[in-house]
Design a protein around this ligand. Structure first.
Ligand SMILES: *Cc1c(COP(=O)(O)O)cnc(C)c1O
Length: 378
């Protein structure tokens, strides 16, 4: 099955009982048993629910793994994955991971003895240097937010294998449509499905896919024990979103290329961050490991005042957190998603007060470019 076909026919499509072409929403908590233990595969909806199962089978197929798991948010998914580890274990993470990942590692899981180090994984030497005797996993986000840094998944996985570590990849920005980390050697891939997979700014969800029966068994045990599962209605919404992932990602890609070109030619824009640019430091790796560069672009307008003027004059870009939806969104990382990072650290990372991040939506790209142009001209 090719990519776009798999989005429609992967997993469990339709309902064998009635012929319904869409998987029904099994809004149910428990299941009748014909005598003790005599159930039809479902006992209680925390353990398993048919609508959630259909979603879990779909993401498993899309990421080419052994088993999929759906959680109530991306953070619930990440936390469940971290529960695979024990007190005393150490995890190596990309330094500009999603803010919530940084927070859960440094303010929650540290209290349970799970130690973490954040390194710039876009340079492989940094990874090997920071591996300690108790390191158990390398956790990569690629591309990152907001600077769109790229880590070589295959090479990082090789390093991990050499040291008997797991490789975990947050694939939220690329989606399995463009990038399949398990095929590149990773062990676990996870998503904030709130973003591109859902795609319509109407559901918060997280997904995980693992590449072995052992990890599948362990993660199912954690999912059932800790209980952060996705409900049937949200599972259904997510499957509905995923059906159009291919056409959406293609359109996001095409529009983003046009916008990047416009930004590069616009004199007042200081720097444009996009993995599709040949000037991007890891452009070749991005090209090798992903089929597309995505719909996220960051650029520097020079100052907080200029960023503020831009935001206040835009008509079609909504000022909001989140990304990957049909609506174009814009944010100022230094004041929003990355506000909790100390200013000196932000400066080190390159997250200036004039850095603006856009998530290119599915509006007509000519309207988006005209909108950016008129607002930048103010
Ligand atoms: C949003 C996001 C998360 C967290 O997901 P939620 O669904 O908001 O809990 C994790 N990783 C990345 C890259 C994200 O963008």
């Amino acid at each position: 099955m090719r990519k776009k076909t798999k989005l429609i026919h992967g997993g469990i499509s339709g309902d064998p009982l009635t012929g319904a072409v869409s998987v029904p929403i099994y809004q149910v908590s428990t299941y009748k048993q014909e005598g003790i233990g005599g159930h039809k595969g479902f006992e209680y909806s925390r353990t398993g629910n048919p609508t959630r199962l259909a979603l879990e089978e779909l993401i498993k197929d899309l990421e080419c793994g052994k088993a999929g798991f759906a959680f109530g948010s991306g953070m619930a998914a990440i936390t469940a994955v971290m529960m695979l580890f024990n007190s005393g274990d150490h995890i190596l993470l990309t330094d500009d991971v999603y803010g919530g990942t940084y927070r859960v590692m440094s303010k929650v899981l540290n209290r349970f003895g799970i130690d973490s180090t954040f390194v710039d994984t876009s340079s492989l030497e940094n990874i090997e240097k920071e591996i300690k005797p108790n390191t158990k996993a390398i956790y990569i986000e690629t591309p990152t937010n907001p600077l769109l840094k790229i880590t070589d998944i295959a090479s990082a996985s090789e390093i991990a294998k050499k040291h008997h570590l797991l490789t975990i990849v947050d694939n939220t920005f690329s989606t399995p449509y463009w990038q399949q980390p398990l095929n590149l050697g990773a062990d676990i891939v996870l998503h904030s499905a709130t973003k591109y997979l859902g795609g319509h700014s109407d559901v918060v969800a997280g997904l995980v896919v693992v590449n072995s029966d052992k990890l599948a068994e362990e993660l199912h045990f954690i999912q059932n024990s800790t209980g952060g599962v996705l409900g049937p209605h949200d599972s259904w919404l997510l499957m509905r979103g995923i059906k159009t992932l291919g056409v959406r990602m293609e359109e996001h890609e095409a529009s983003t290329r046009r916008i990047v070109q416009f930004l590069q030619e616009y004199p007042a824009v200081k720097k444009v961050y996009y993995p599709g640019l040949e000037s991007h430091p890891n452009h070749d790796i991005a090209k090798k490991q992903s089929g597309g560069f995505g719909g996220m672009v960051s650029f520097d307008v020079g100052s907080e005042e200029k960023a503020d003027t831009l935001l206040r004059n835009l008509q079609y870009f909504t000022l909001a957190e989140s990304l990957g939806a049909v609506e174009s969104l814009i944010s100022v990382p230094a004041k929003m998603t990355h506000a909790s990072i100390p200013p000196e650290r932000r400066a080190e990372l390159g997250i200036t007060d004039g850095l603006v991040r856009i998530s290119v939506g599915l509006e007509d790209v000519d309207d988006l470019i005209e909108d950016l142009e008129q607002a930048l001209n103010k």
